[in-house]
Design a protein around this ligand. Structure first.
Ligand SMILES: [Ca+2]
Ligand SMILES: [Ca+2]
Length: 156
C-alpha cells in the first residue's frame, strides 16, 4: 500500500485525481475552531486537512473538533484502515474517533500523538467500515495551538 503513496507523489494529483479523492478525506463535515483562535489565521482553515499530506495543517486545540468525511466507505481490511498525519513540532495530542454515519462515533482510548502518523484499526472501534473521522484537540500549548492535522488517509 505504501507504494501507491509514492506513485501519487511522483505523478502529482493531476493524473490520478479520482483516486486521490477516493483515498483522502474530501469534505469538512463539521468544524469547531479553538475557542481562543484568530479565525483569520491559516491554521484555523479546516480545508487544510483535506487531500494528500502537503505540509498545510489545521490546528486543533482543547475545545476544537473537526469531522472529516471520505468520498466513500473505508472498509475494515487486513491491518490498519486509516492514517492520520500530524506534523507539528510540539507534543500536542488529539482524540480520534470513527463513524459509519457521521452521528454515532467510536473514539479510540489512546490519543494520537504529534509528529507521527497514527494508524487506526477499525476492529478496535467495532466497525466494518467508516466514512467519517473525528479529531478532538486535547492540548493548548501556545498561540499556534494544538494538534496540527495535515491529512487523513484511507489505507484500503
Ligand atoms: Ca482493519
Ligand atoms: Ca494538509
Amino acid at each position: 500500500m505504501r507504494r501507491l503513496g509514492i506513485v501519487f507523489a511522483l505523478f502529482g494529483s493531476g493524473c490520478l485525481a479520482g483516486e486521490v479523492q477516493d483515498r483522502f478525506a474530501s469534505v469538512v463535515d463539521a468544524y469547531t475552531p479553538p475557542p481562543f483562535a484568530d479565525g483569520s489565521q491559516p491554521y484555523a482553515d479546516p480545508d487544510r486537512a483535506l487531500g494528500p499530506p502537503d505540509g498545510r495543517t489545521v490546528a486543533l486545540a482543547r475545545g476544537s473538533t473537526l469531522v472529516l468525511r471520505f468520498f466513500r466507505d473505508i472498509p475494515n481490511g487486513r491491518g490498519p484502515d486509516l492514517r492520520v498525519v500530524e506534523i507539528g513540532p510540539d507534543r500536542a495530542r488529539a482524540w480520534i474517533a470513527v463513524s459509519e454515519d457521521g452521528s454515532s462515533f467510536a473514539e479510540y482510548p489512546t490519543p494520537a500523538e504529534a509528529g507521527v502518523s497514527t494508524e487506526l484499526e477499525l476492529d478496535e472501534a467495532g466497525l466494518s467500515s467508516a466514512s467519517f473521522v473525528r479529531i478532538r484537540g486535547i492540548d493548548d500549548l501556545g498561540l499556534d495551538p494544538g494538534f496540527d492535522l495535515d491529512s487523513a488517509e484511507a489505507l484500503h
